[in-house]
Design a protein around this ligand. Structure first.
Ligand code: ZN
Ligand code: ZN
Length: 185
């Protein structure tokens, strides 16, 4: 399986670090070839000036779909119709997903509390990994899981994200295996 990661919008140093962390984990977990592609600009049409946010669906449909799976990672604050914000969005059973780190940052005053930098960086990595695994699960065809520890459990807030594990539960893992997705235990 080939997974491509596309930085969407401005990719500062910390986003770059984060992307390479995600790349390493995904290549190991899914026995995949993971490539980091050239950054893509955020489509102007995705910006909603009234909300000062970006429409995730609009970005999702403009992501390239050359690889088996393409994941866009962005620092832009995303929303979807009917929702104040989203951590990400995926094409269920499709090929593409987008994840935003804007609401996963534990530091600064942007959205959530304040921690020391090293802890904050580690926390951001883990949270991003969970959101990426979640959206990937959707791309592979998984729906939400009732198990609050499962990465396929729906996160309403970053607190839910922190509660769950970064891996699929046994039930979801079995479903993935039946879909032909190999996962390292
Ligand atoms: Zn979901
Ligand atoms: Zn599950």
């Amino acid at each position: 399986m080939e997974i491509c990661i596309v930085p969407v919008g401005e990719a500062g140093e910390d986003l770059r670090d984060l992307i390479f962390f995600i790349k390493d984990v995904l290549s190991e977990v899914f026995y995949a070839i993971v490539r980091v592609e050239k950054a893509m600009e955020i489509p102007v049409s995705a910006y909603n000036p009234a909300r000062n946010q970006f429409n995730s669906t609009e970005i999702l449909k403009r992501l390239p779909a050359r690889c088996d799976v393409t994941i866009g990672i962005t620092d832009a604050d995303l929303y979807a119709n009917g929702l104040n914000f989203v951590f990400g969005e995926a094409e269920l059973g499709g090929k593409r997903a987008i994840v935003s780190i804007a609401r996963l940052r534990p530091y600064g005053t942007k959205f959530y509390g304040i921690y020391n930098r090293a802890d904050a960086d580690r926390m951001l990595k883990i949270r991003t990994l969970k959101e990426v695994m979640h959206e990937l699960g959707h791309v592979f065809g998984l729906e939400h899981c009732r198990n609050p520890r499962c990465v396929m459990h729906f996160s309403n807030s970053v607190m839910d994200t922190d509660l769950k594990d970064w891996m699929y539960c046994d039930v979801c893992k079995r479903k993935l295996e039946m879909m032909g997705i190999r996962i390292k235990l």
